[in-house]
Design a protein around this ligand. Structure first.
Ligand code: COA
Length: 217
């Protein structure tokens, strides 16, 4: 068990160290894009198939789903938020944890809606005094439905929460995420957060956390 965990950790560390290589690969792919498009249009002109047409149609429908960002307004939204967050986060939270954050700081909770009852993203935060000096915002939960990821929904939710914290005179924003959670680390670092501390075996599953921090002043 211990060896298996160590191996997983090692793989994860290697994965993180390779980030810059992956960026290079992404850059190369985008440079080659015109050729790929060219090849595709040649193929389509020569022999278009129904299968390809269906795939393309599905992609464009999914991409055009309009997303509305709304602030938490009432308890009927609680099950939507809980269902979404429970699917993804490793820590099990009780209804009281959700209520603690959302009832005390409803203005720091935002939902991303794809249609009236389809909550595809949510962020839950708080803001209080830290060590009697700094007004510290804290991002407690963030999740985006797996079918809607990589469409900037997560980043938009974080930006909305930070804007609301700024309105409430926050000095800084912090959060923890698993040290292995590359999408989250990338998202927050893109927005200017820096890795402040490593918290050893912070989560129930034994994984370390990275504490990320954004200074607002
Ligand atoms: C982390 C999470 C919220 C990101 O949501 P998202 O809507 O896909 O994020 P965005 O589209 O705004 O992506 C923002 C940046 O994050 C990075 N990113 C997102 N998904 C990524 C992935 N799978 N791999 C690597 N980087 C990724 C990208 O750099 C992206 O920037 P880019 O569009 O310029 O490339 C989502 O993956 C999720 O819900 N994960 C499960 C729950 C979780 O881990 N929550 C965070 C706990 S603090």
């Amino acid at each position: 068990m211990v060896q298996a965990m160590a191996a997983i950790n090692q793989q994860n560390q290697l994965g993180m160290e390779n980030t810059s290589d992956q960026n290079l690969q992404v850059d190369n792919i985008s440079e080659e894009k015109p050729d790929i498009e060219h090849e595709k249009s040649k193929d389509e002109a020569a022999d278009p198939t129904d299968e390809v047409a269906d795939l393309v149609a599905n992609v464009s429908i999914a991409d055009q789903t309009p997303i509305a960002y709304i602030q938490y307004s009432d308890e009927t939204q609680m099950p939507l938020i809980m269902r979404l967050i429970q699917k993804d986060l490793s820590e099990p939270y009780s209804i009281y944890t959700y209520r603690y954050f959302i009832h005390n700081w409803p203005n720091l909770c935002f939902l991303a809606m794809a249609g009236e009852d389809n909550c595809v993203g949510a962020i839950v935060c708080k803001l209080d005094l830290h060590k009697k000096v700094a007004r510290r915002g804290y991002i407690a939960m963030l999740a985006v439905d797996s079918n809607y990821r990589k469409r900037s929904i997560g980043s938009t939710l974080v930006k909305k929460a930070i804007e609301a914290m700024v309105e409430d005179d926050a000095d800084e924003v912090v959060l923890e995420t698993e040290i292995t959670n590359k999408p989250a680390l990338k998202l927050y670092e893109n927005l200017g957060f820096v890795r402040d501390k490593r918290l050893f075996r912070y989560y129930l599953n034994g994984v370390d956390a990275s504490r990320l921090k954004l200074w607002l002043r």
